[in-house]
Design a protein around this ligand. Structure first.
Ligand code: NAD
Ligand code: MG
Length: 389
């Protein structure tokens, strides 16, 4: 029996993880499940999976969770500290699937117990890559990528020496506005941005796919996780979303990872690693698919990609600034306060302001340092967004 915890259990990745675990009830013992505020869902899953503890982030739903779990023997908790404490409970495999920089402290807490961390929360690597990778080394923990592109790269690298890698290419669907006329983008609505052509994901990452902020985060994630030079990381638009990434070796070979757009593949690979087990994902019918197509990404349509290159060149605290400003800009877009293209402008303004005022190129020395940069960047981003809205 492997002991498993899921941080962000009520979300899209969390639910896909639970789907896989429910299919093999004899293999896993569930320790902790955490969620934001969906107490009903969390309680239902905690009972079905016989978890030891369920924790919500928001105090508003704590009473509901406590009532739903009364008499079940399942403990419950509430708040960011309780979520980090749940991540410290001994487990062999912990899924990090909270959305946003809120996922960083519990992810770090999980690493401190020297466990295996399945990392969907890309924001952790973007905001604090060196701290996270260093903690994994120090505590003898292992991080397995869950983002589909990074899982694809990880799989293409099995048995290959890193010094033979010449380049890594991550694919992007192009999101909801791939074929929209440029002049219409600023007026795109939240509903339009929330409709992904291929993947079924949480709302925030779906909008980030339309703006390519998701791909921008993934460029930085690739740099931080695999230690690959930014010059060797490319993005290619691949509307079918069937090739997830390619690794180019020094002999000219390109190893592509091909699979259906279903996150249960990448989650299942991390769950079964280093083995492979049967997974309930569609098998591709290549003759029916017929062709894979590719396009060069357009920096004018997707300024987030250019900003990611700047962030990778600066490194230091730039990732934390970029992510926090992006989260604030996304909040403002979802709230209808700014237009779609204003998100990138606000992130650009925040990076410029933080660069003028602080030691952006110096790496954060602690989690608190990252969170402080995050708080300040959000404040500047909100100021920038107010001038744009
Ligand atoms: P989601 O919005 O569907 O779920 C997020 C989870 O985090 C939920 O359980 C939510 O309740 C919880 N949460 C939100 N804010 C919180 C807070 N402040 N404190 C504690 N918990 C909080 O998101 P998702 O699409 O499942 O994505 C989760 C992570 O995985 C993100 O980092 C995303 O970028 C990454 N990811 C997602 C996909 C996908 O297909 N959905 C693919 C690759 C990577
Ligand atoms: Mg991805």
């Amino acid at each position: 029996m492997r002991r498993i915890s899921i941080l962000g259990a009520t979300g899209s990745i969390g639910q896909s993880t639970i789907d896989l675990i429910k299919r093999r009830p004899d293999d896993f013992e569930v320790v902790a499940l955490t969620g934001g505020c969906n107490a009903k869902q969390l309680a239902r899953d905690a009972i079905a999976l016989r978890a030891q503890i369920a924790v919500v982030d928001s105090a508003e739903c704590y009473a509901e969770l406590r009532d739903l779990l009364a008499g079940t023997g399942i403990s419950c908790g509430c708040g960011a500290q309780a979520i980090a404490d749940a991540a410290r409970m001994p487990a062999d495999w912990i899924m990090s699937a909270i959305v946003g920089s809120a996922g960083l402290p519990p992810g770090m807490a999980a690493l401190e117990q020297g466990t295996t961390l399945a990392l969907a929360n890309k924001e952790s690597l973007v905001t604090a890559g060196p701290l996270l990778m260093d903690a994994a080394r120090r505590y003898g923990a292992r991080i397995l990528p869950v983002d589909s592109e990074h899982s694809a790269v990880f799989q293409a690298l099995v048995g290959e020496p890193m010094d033979a890698v010449e380049r890594v290419i991550i694919t992007a669907s192009g999101g909801a506005f791939r074929d929209w006329p440029m002049e219409k983008l600023q007026t795109a609505t939240v509903a339009q941005a929330s409709a992904h052509p291929n993947w079924d994901m949480g709302q925030r990452i779906t909008i980030d796919s339309a703006s390519m902020f998701n791909k921008a985060l993934e460029l930085i994630e690739t740099r931080e996780f695999f230690g690959i030079s930014p010059k060797a990381i490319e993005v290619i638009v691949h509307p079918e979303s069937l090739i997830h990434a390619l690794v180019g070796f020094r002999d000219g070979a390109l190893m592509a990872h091909v699979g259906p757009p279903d996150m249960r593949h990448a989650i299942g690979y991390a769950l079964n690693w280093p083995d492979r087990s049967h997974l309930p994902v569609d098998r591709l019918d290549l003759a029916a698919i017929g062709q894979f197509t590719f396009r060069a990404p357009d920096d004018a349509r997707w300024p987030a990609l250019r900003l990611a290159r700047e962030v990778m060149a600066t490194r230091g605290k730039a990732g934390a600034v970029f992510n926090a400003a992006k989260e604030a800009a996304l909040d403002a877009f979802i709230a209808g306060q700014v237009g779609f293209m204003d998100m990138a402008t606000a992130v650009d303004m925040t990076l410029a302001k933080m660069s003028a005022q602080s030691d952006l190129q110096n790496a954060p020395i602690s989690l608190e340092d990252v969170m402080e940069t995050d708080r300040l960047s959000r404040r500047y981003a909100i100021e920038a967004l107010t001038t744009l809205g």
